[in-house]
Every structure is written in C-alpha cells, then in structure tokens.
Design a protein around this ligand. Structure first.
Ligand code: CMC
Length: 363
C-alpha cells in the first residue's frame, strides 16, 4: 500500500501522547490535555511530558531551579542575534540561533537536561530579537517567574495581568505536544539517525514554520483583517472558496471532528477578550466558514483547528502577529525534545518513495 503524505501510517510507538481524530480526544501520558490546561502550569505539564509524571511539590522546586538556570544565553549568541538582518523573520532567527548552539553540550544521545536547556532558552532568544529589532533595551529573564509569566515579562518589560498569564499558560499546555505531527516527525527522523538534539530541533523548527502547520495563526489574523466586518464575511469566504483558497485555521489531517484544543482556546479567548470586536468577528466568521465548507466541500470533514483560536488568544494577551508561530515553538519544544529522547530506542526511519519518472532504455 502507498500512503501519499504518510496518511494513516504508523511510524513509531510512543507513550507521550494519544490523538483520536474521530472522537476529538487528546491525551498526554494518561491525562486529558484539556484538564491539564485548566489545572496545571506549563512547567508541571512539561515535567509530565518528559518524565512521565506530574511533579511532587519537592520535585517541582528542584525541576524549576534547573529550568530557570538555563534561561540565560551565551555571549556569542547575543553577538549572532545582533548581526542577523532585520528582514529575517522571527522563525528564521530562531532556527538559525538554535542551530548556532551547536553540538557541544548537546551531544548524542539527547537528555532531559539538554531538553530543559533548549526549552528555557527559546523565550529569551525571542524576547532579545524582539527588542533588538525595535531598538529597545533588552529585558533579561527573571528567576522568580514561571515560564509563561517570564515570557510575557521579557516581551513587555513589565509583569502581565494574572488573567493574561493564565490564558497564555493554558495555550502553552494545549500546544505542548501532539502526536506525530509534521514538525515532530521531522525532528524524530533526524533523531532516529542518532544525530544530536540541536540538529533534530532545527529540522522541527523548519517544518513548524510552514503555513499548513504552525505558520497558520498569523494568516488567520490576516484573513480576519481582510474580512474586516461581519457583513463582509459571507461574501469574502464564498469568493475565497470559489478561487480554491485554503481557509487558515480549518481542516486537519487527524481530526475529522472538532479539534479539542480549538474548543478550549475559544473559551479562554472569550473569557479574556470579553466583548472584543476582533473576537466577535472571529466567532461570526467561524460559523460562516463552517457552513460554507459544508456547502462547497460536502464530502470532507473540515472543522475548526487549534490555529484559529490560537491567534485570538495570543492577540488577546497582547502578542504581535510575528510572535504567534515562535510562541507555538516555545511550547512545542517540550514535545519535540521528548520525542527525540524516546526515538533513541526506536529504529532508523527510512521510508520509500514511488518512482513515477521515466526509465532509461533497457540495458
Ligand atoms: N480550506 C479549504 N479547503 C481545505 C482546507 C481548508 N482549510 N483544508 C483542507 N481542504 C481541502 C483541500 O483543498 C482538499 O480538497 P479537494 O480534495 O477538493 O482538493 C481536501 O480538503 C483535502 O486536503 P489535503 O491537503 O489532502 O488534506 P490534509 O489532511 O493533507 O490537510 C491541512 C491538512 C491542515 C494541511 C489542511 O486542512 C489545511 O491546509 N488547512 C489550512 C492550514 C491550517 O489551518 N493549518 C493548521 C493545522 S493545525 C496545526 C497542526 O496540527 O499542524
């Protein structure tokens, strides 16, 4: 059997997460992701994803101390960040800078300490570049703040409101891991060759950047801006579908029913944004799109995916559009690194292709 795009093909056994696309279920190591997003912090869920259990209070203190210590960047990374051209996108910057961390300290086989180090450094890289581009003073990481809180603090130069921190943290938990998605697969392919963790993560970042995967939220914002008003939604969406345009934030390879992350994020966005004009437009547009997708593509089960309301949550906590995919990377780093560690005991990934070109004359 040939499965183009590897659809329905199992490439690995994993104990990290379970995605049921028919039932709309997402489980992280035996726990419902949607419950974890309400009751636990990003750090606690990162501990669960990496080590297989939620931390005890004592373990949490020890784990958090390790995490915080790794937030600072080496000096040469600052130098690289200072010279990268202004027109490089944030995702290009992250991919380049993570790659520049090199193999020293991140040798094969990947370890939990290496995973913590990469995860802890990513928000610092993003915030440094963010301020550098705007000619502002750099805001250094704070040791007393949790991951999401510290990220918002470094970007804004002041502590965010508790509701904003909570919303971003829930988003981070909901996107921390998701089975064998394209970027995790890319990272796992590299890890399966026994290459180092930095190389695997560089590959994963390249895959996440694409608009069909993690690059979608900024395009959701662009779509809503183009639509502009509720009255224009039906006309705009019809026109887009007639031209064969893909509507960002809809459809999913695995989910054939509603993406559970989209439901949770919609609630979070509603709580945070209240009567916000943009969110109101998003909710109205979602209804229009779902109705018109049924009309134009009646045989396809196309539903709202995580990216549609990710954009709403990130906008509501004050993040600019160029930070949407990088923020996704800052959470998914945990899932990627966990898969790379798990891949050490898996077989080399080496699928086949089907040749459809010409053959030379018979020898
Ligand atoms: N808008 C319009 N048509 C769509 C859409 C969409 N968003 N998604 C799929 N289709 C159509 C597609 O045109 C095709 O139609 P036809 O058979 O008539 O040519 C059919 O559905 C199957 O498309 P496919 O590309 O074979 O499906 P896939 O499983 O490879 O695609 C997807 C999954 C996410 C790439 C796709 O749904 C898409 O492009 N969505 C928009 C981008 C997006 O929101 N990406 C974020 C995904 S969630 C984050 C993650 O987990 O990666």
């Amino acid at each position: 059997m040939t499965a183009i795009g590897l659809q329905d093909i199992v490439v690995a056994d994993t104990a990290i997460s379970y995605v049921n696309g028919e039932k709309g279920q997402l489980v992280y190591r035996g726990h419902w992701a949607k419950d974890l997003a309400v009751h636990h912090t990003f750090e606690e869920v990162a501990h669960l994803i990496w080590y297989g259990s939620l931390p005890s209070p004592e373990k949490f203190v020890e784990f958090q101390a390790k995490f915080v210590k790794e937030r600072e960047l080496p000096d040469y990374i600052h130098s690289i960040l200072n010279v990268l051209p202004a027109d490089m996108t944030m995702m290009d910057v992250i991919r380049t800078v993570i790659s520049a961390l090199g193999t020293s300290g991140y040798e094969y086989p990947p370890t939990f300490d290496q995973a913590i180090s990469l995860t802890a450094k990513l928000p610092t890289i993003i915030a440094y570049r963010y301020h550098r581009l705007r000619g502002r003073e750099i805001v250094k990481p704070r040791k007393d703040l949790l991951y999401s809180e510290n990220y918002l603090y470094m970007l804004n130069g002041e502590c965010a409101l508790p509701a904003q921190v909570r919303a971003l943290d829930s988003y981070m938990v909901l996107t921390i891991e998701h089975g064998m998605n394209s970027s995790t697969f890319a990272g796992r392919v590299v890890a399966s060759t026994h290459s180092d963790l930095v190389s695997s993560i560089t590959a994963a970042l390249g895959a996440l950047k694409g608009p069909l995967h993690g690059g979608a939220p900024a395009q959701v914002t662009a779509m809503l801006e183009a639509i502009g008003t509720k009255e224009n939604a039906e006309h705009w969406v019809r026109n887009a579908l007639e031209q064969g345009t893909r509507l960002m934030g809809f459809g999913h390879r695995i989910y054939k029913t509603v993406d559970p992350r989209a439901v949770a994020l919609r609630d979070i966005a509603q709580q945070l944004a209240g009567d916000d004009y943009w969110l109101d437009l998003a909710i109205h547009t979602e209804d229009v799109i779902l109705r018109l997708l049924k009309e134009y593509k009646p045989n396809l089960k196309l539903n709202t995916n995580v990216e549609f309301y990710s954009a709403a949550v990130m906008k509501a906590v004050g993040l600019d559009g160029d930070l949407f995919t990088p923020t996704f990377a800052a959470s998914r780093m945990v899932g990627w690194t966990a898969h790379c560690i798990e891949a050490v005991s898996s077989r080399l990934i080496y699928p086949e292709s089907r040749y459809i070109g010409d053959m030379p004359a018979v020898e």
